[in-house]
Design a protein around this ligand. Sequence first.
Ligand code: FRU
Length: 488
Amino acid sequence: MRMINLKKTWPIAVGILLAGMMSCSKKEPAMTAERYRPRFHFTPPANWTNDPNGLVFYAGEYHLFYQHNPHGTTWGHMSWGHAVSTDLLHWEHLPIAIREYPDPATGDSTMVFSGTVVVDNNSSGLCTGPDCLVAIFTSHVHKGGAGLRQHQSLAFSNDRGRTWQLYDKNPILDIQRKDFRDPKVFWHAATSRWIMLAVVPDLFKVQFYASANLREWNLLSEFGSAGDTARIWECPDLFSLPVTNEASTSKWVLSLSGSHPQGPTYVGMQYFIGDFDGTTFTTTQTQPRYVDYGKDFYAGIVFNNVADKSIMLGWVNNWAYANDIPTGSWRGAMSLPRMLSLAQTPEGVRLKQEFWPIPDTLKMPIDWEEIFSGSFGLEATLEDGGTLELFKAETQTTQIHYENGQLSLDRLKSQPLHFHPLFSSRETVDIAGRPAAITLQVVVDQSIIEILTADGLYAITNQVFPETNGRIAINARTRIAKSWQWRQ
Ligand code: FRU
């Protein structure tokens, strides 16, 4: 095993904190909880987040709303936090957009669960100018912690998402069920109307609705149950993607959050490839396909109103241990944005993912002289038996390994494991065709590891919480072709 040490002459801008970490890194460095906070992945300034919500591009800004507990670092009091970005790498935190509110009829608390934001050219009649932002979210009514009803409600903003008003005729869609949630709304150009998807989680059903004005909705069709039904369905999305290696072909993709490929103890995401005629989604797919084989990619949805691109953000966590991760004053992060497309493969059409590009101006070289943990990227090629280790120190390592056509990411020896019994895990994915060597795009950001391989056909996303700084190490069957570290 070759050890690679990294030492950097850090620019002053990197700051005293990092300089301090570097200077004491030769001994066992003192690690703080803030040390786990990613640098170019979104995290809330404080407190809890789960799903990304209302992803939309509008007036030069990408908006990220997110499931947020303004009062604590565990799930509860769900409200919509808010941030904006012009490059999807740096986020400006804005005040909470939509807060938990009392139900006008009963006084019971209504939490603001997951949903969508669209740019409305005043079809709703709620815009004071030519357009405005309209949010459609699940209003989760509960008493004493027990869920009573979930329906869909509307809020609107006439000031670029800075302030929001609840629609006075909420809810806008109520099918009288305790569980009915996560509306995704988008403009369907071919039929010139709004389409909404929402799940009936316990029946493994996606319902499709249509509307001309975002306020009144008609049921069109249902999809399900199908694919993986080992765990309730949440957070549906539907988008059309090009098949990149087949001229002028595109397909519709229905994505859903539910069970993990390793079974329902963990959550994960699956997708169906098919067709959508404006009313019904159809597929010939019989086997489940998964978006990510890691333990920490959930509730992913794509941005509305981005021309020519489908960009997905997922929540980097797993309900199995989400409330216990050892991050301190904040808890939960979003993935690096991923651009989605499709590829025709010998196994059929498959989802392809590509990391949102990080410009060279935000990168600097890794100096391999120093013990190093941090925010960096690698392109590595692993032959059969190839190993790449991250955060490797005396008592810890995180191991990426390729053998017999199977790629694995092993955090069994990444520390600390004691915060939750389900955290310790090893993820695997079989690479079709068992190639002799595979090339990985690896992005590491303090406590997040994201891996894409086989031209983006497979993804593994996992959190790790190393207790000390560590090294990057490779064996003789591994080559690192490209490397960089985050400059800021
Ligand atoms: C998915 C989810 C959604 C729900 C939200 C509540 O992680 O359970 O179904 O709207 O989280 O926070």
